[in-house]
Design a protein around this ligand. Structure first.
Ligand code: FEO
Ligand code: CA
Length: 677
């Protein structure tokens, strides 16, 4: 790791881009097993894509002009047959959001909106941690909805606040260099901490079908890394590696951070996934190049495998627990999945160590035919793994017993073989290489060092696994967002493109339709990017329109009709597509398999998170994250990084005194009815 990679700020304009730049350093050391499968990729897999001849390949065969006329006719016919019934939105980039005709996309909750009875009104020029702890946090990511009545007209919105962008959040500050943090103060750090975590907010539907926030809702609350005490359970709870000076028992931790995607359990609790936790740890122990030096650390090997400390925030300068020299075990207490009971503010959130420690993207739940809980999870970094957790027991009517299902079960990592078979490799101490001789003295070690355990088992290093969305029939869809660092010799059947800027989606079919199975089959649903550029190597249903193809699948959802919806995050690269991030309906069945259709798009510089459908299918919640920040240096006419004073958009307020605000958008159909039917 060299100085340029660590400090990176001169090359990257905001936190999201920094996350990605830092992620350029593959921490996974063993990629050798993927070498040599290029042939299988190039030829063997083609058969599995029959009926999905890419537009670029079709153009090569038939010539572009002939294709255009034929394609227009066939695209129109496909649109008529699509299971996603709406008029496709036009792709593009501008300063606001857009939804398909016939739908409303209203702003429901913005960063800073008061969410408790005592909360002060938002005053962007006079922010404080105390106020922020009663207001909606920053960078909304996962959104879940828990109905509070039978009609589903009242409910709790559960929203993750992943991270903060100081340059558009605070006046006069600008982007902070992670080595020096010259403008940061403890006061600003505490506001950042208060803006992380999550929000529980009661919302209700009016007679006219519109939703509003119930500001005085008794269950409304904030969860933050500043002051929310959480329990730790599962095999790693209490282990010496989990003990700190503040918590000598290793069973209690303050807060959660970088909560990216998540999930809701069948018993109505909320799972918050801790993703890029390594970025919050700091040190002043630097090597001769000025880089963080962990060589004196007892856990140097583990820290290096997890890129700790990455020093993206100054928290460790003011809070000793984020300084690895002062509190080296604190980092072992982050990178987990947290369970929150939104209906019981008195219940402490719990970090469930049985689900493993890595850069958790999401935690989507489903059930096996015998009622066991299955949770699919991605480790969002280049060359990391897809995981799933299967509980020992079955879900029942007993809510307390159900939460114990997250304490006892088996964690697996996925191996995607070139013949299309899928193998789930158990991370169980004593099995195979997971022994003391290889550095795993107990199940606690296996879980705390889940990446090292999955390395030892030979799981398949993937192109940044993001959300994994299961469907009840034993199918799951894996979003693989991109991986520009995979070299030609490192491609394999499941990650077939080198230097992939645009990502792909893998479909998993578990054996016998059982999500708890340890084997299954896999295939590629789509390879993303512009199908009109042969070098991109995109694979879409050829009837996908110019508006319908996308890049960098990130979050996803399956609606009540079993249809797949995909939200995108292109990072800084949206100049390579000329499109904003958005939400797409992607066909998974029949002759339209691999057909994609644009439903919603974000304002400039934002990524789209959520998405979440209410059980009735009549409301869709979307989280527009970091508006105005990504890729603006390449935006024609702007060509600079956004700041508080000079942002690329002031969405959603368009008030000259207000910077852009991450916000949750609620989509409903004009005149009522289920979405896209
Ligand atoms: Fe927080 Fe993988 O996006
Ligand atoms: Ca994400």
């Amino acid at each position: 790791m060299n100085r340029k990679q660590i400090t990176g700020a001169s090359q990257t304009g905001n936190k999201a881009e920094t996350f990605e730049a830092a992620d350029n350093i593959p921490a996974n050391p063993d990629l050798s097993r993927t070498i040599g499968s290029v042939i299988a990729t190039r030829y063997g897999r083609r058969n599995m894509l029959k009926g999905m001849l890419g537009v670029s390949a079709a153009a090569a065969l038939f010539g572009a002009p002939a294709l255009t006329a034929a394609r227009q006719a066939s695209a129109a016919a496909a649109a008529a047959r699509s299971r996603y019934v709406f008029d496709e939105l036009e792709a593009g980039v501008d300063e606001t959001h857009h939804v398909a005709a016939g739908y409303d996309a209203d702003i429901l909750l913005r960063w800073g909106d008061p969410i408790t009875a005592d909360a002060p009104e938002f005053d962007v020029m006079n922010q404080s941690a105390e106020a922020q702890l009663q207001q909606f946090g920053y960078n909304n990511d996962y959104v879940g909805f828990l109905p509070l009545n039978a009609e589903g007209s009242r409910g709790l919105l559960c929203v993750n606040h992943e991270y903060t962008n100081e340059e558009v959040m605070f006046p006069g500050l600008g982007r902070q260099d992670k080595a020096e943090f010259t403008g940061m103060t403890k006061e600003l750090v505490d506001i950042e901490m208060a803006a992380h975590g999550g929000s529980v907010v009661e919302i209700a539907r009016n007679a006219d079908g519109k939703w509003h926030v119930v500001r005085n809702g008794k269950l409304n609350r904030r969860i933050s890394p500043l002051n929310t005490v959480m329990g730790i359970d599962g095999p790693a709870a209490g282990h010496p590696r989990m003990q700190t000076s503040a918590d000598p028992k290793g069973r209690e931790v303050i807060g959660t951070l970088n909560n990216c995607a998540g999930g809701m359990t069948p018993w109505g609790t909320w799972l918050m996934a801790e993703e890029n936790f390594h970025g919050y740890f700091w040190t002043d122990q630097l090597d001769a190049d000025g880089e963080p030096d962990v060589t004196g650390q007892a856990e140097a090997r583990q820290m290096q495998r997890y890129n700790v400390p990455s020093m993206w925030y100054a928290w460790g300068k003011y809070h000793d627990r984020f300084d690895i020299a002062k509190e080296p075990n604190e980092v072992n207490r982050f990178g987990w999945v947290v369970e929150v009971d939104p209906r019981n503010p008195e219940a402490r959130p719990v970090k469930h160590t049985a689900l493993g420690r890595f850069a958790h993207e999401g935690a989507e739940t489903t059930l096996s035919p015998d009622g066991r809980l299955v949770i699919y999870m991605g480790d969002d970094a280049r060359f990391e793994y897809v995981y799933k957790y299967v509980s020992d027991g079955a879900v029942s009517e007993d809510r307390a017993a159900n939460s114990r299902l997250l304490s006892k079960g088996t964690l697996y990592a996925a191996r995607f073989d070139p013949d299309g078979s899928l193998h789930w490799l158990p991370l169980v101490h004593g099995h195979g290489p997971l022994t003391a001789a290889n550095g795993f003295a107990s199940q606690a070690d296996v879980l705390i060092d889940a990446r090292l355990a999955a390395d030892a088992l030979g799981a398949t290093p993937m192109d940044r696994p993001e959300d994994v969305s299961p469907r009840g029939d034993g199918t799951a869809y894996v979003m693989l967002t991109n991986n520009s660092k995979r070299k030609p010799g490192q491609t394999d059947a499941a990650n077939p493109r080198a230097e992939s800027d645009f990502g792909h989606i893998i479909e998993i079919k578990e054996e016998n339709g059982d999500h708890a199975a340890t084997r299954g089959r896999w295939s590629i649903l789509v390879q993303c990017g512009d199908p009109g550029i042969a070098a991109v190597g995109a694979q879409w249903n050829p009837d996908t329109s110019e508006n319908g193809w996308f890049a960098s699948p990130d979050n996803s959802a399956i609606d009540a009709g079993g249809r797949l919806w995909v939200a995108t995050d292109q990072g800084r690269r949206w100049d390579k597509t000329g499109k904003s991030d958005g939400l797409y309906g992607v066909e998974t069945e029949g002759s339209l398999r691999g057909h994609s259709k644009l439903f919603f798009r974000c304002p400039v510089g934002a990524e789209l998170c959520g998405p979440y459908f209410t059980p009735s299918g009549e409301t869709l919640f979307l989280a527009v994250q970091h508006p105005g920040t990504d890729g603006t240096r390449n935006l024609k006419g702007f060509e600079r990084d956004s700041t508080f004073e000079d942002p690329a958009t002031r969405w959603p307020d368009f008030d000259p005194q207000m910077p852009p605000r991450p916000s949750v958008v609620v989509v409903t159909r004009q005149g009522g009815g289920k979405i896209a039917t």
